[in-house]
Design a protein around this ligand. Structure first.
Ligand code: C5P
Length: 222
């Protein structure tokens, strides 16, 4: 890829999405919310009655997925086959199904080319689980964000509430723990930092501070 890429990986609720969209906006770069692609694949396959373990069909569906991101960074809408599915894909249920779909190597393979096409001038900020390890291994800046499980559940809860989605905090905590475990233990591109990633623990620091640290790395390296 010729355009510079900044990768932001980590489990859910670490502030990846917010940091990534702030960064993309500040730099005037493209943004890839790769989790949204797995969520869209989860939704599309459910609607088409494709089983979560039907690897061959999921790979084919992934490769032909008609997804578009519309609107400004941070307020991006996700469009599947011309239909706005932004709210539908944000439920915890869809997240759970996405993580099951995402555990299949075939599904991941199916989404590979689509993800790499986002790396266009002047640059790309990519957020997900395997941006630095698998999708953009040459990226000059790789960040891996972490935070305590309790803090991550609290943030996710707040986020859902802001979107008008009602969620029970302790149920959310166990759903997140289950999803994280599946993401970290799968064989296909498990959630883990790239060897050359910079680790930032966000438990005790604000998004503003995370943003400043990442911005500093970008200025040093790009
Ligand atoms: O980040 P988000 O919560 O939207 O991701 C939903 C699910 O998609 C994750 O739990 C993970 O299983 C999967 N995912 C992935 N690789 C990525 C991004 C997301 O496996 N790069």
């Amino acid at each position: 890829e010729s355009a510079p890429v900044v990768t932001l990986d980590g489990p859910s609720g670490v502030g990846k999405g917010t940091t990534a969209s702030l960064l993309a906006e500040r730099l005037g770069w493209h943004l890839l919310d790769s989790g949204a692609l797995y969520r869209v694949l989860a939704l599309a396959s459910e609607e088409a009655d494709v089983a979560v373990d039907d690897e061959a069909r999921l790979e084919a569906m992934a490769a032909e997925l008609d997804v578009q991101f519309k609107g400004r960074e941070g307020l991006q809408r996700v469009i599947l086959d011309g239909r706005d599915v932004s709210d539908q894909i944000r439920t915890e249920e869809c997240g759970g199904r996405a993580s099951r779909v995402a555990s299949l190597a075939g599904a991941r393979r199916g989404l590979l080319a689509l993800q790499r096409r986002f790396a266009q001038a002047p640059g790309l900020v990519a957020d997900g689980r395997d941006m630095g390890t698998t999708i953009f291994p040459q990226a000059p800046v790789k960040i891996f964000l972490t935070a305590s499980p309790a803090e991550r559940a609290r943030r996710r809860h707040k986020q859902l509430k802001e979107k008008g989605i009602d969620a029970n905090l302790s149920e959310l905590e166990s759903a997140i723990a289950e999803r994280d475990q599946r993401d970290a233990e799968r064989n296909a591109s498990p959630l883990k930092p790239a060897d050359d990633a910079v680790l930032i623990d966000t438990t005790e620091i604000s998004i503003g501070e995370v943003f400043d640290r990442v911005m500093k790395l970008v200025e040093e390296r790009i």
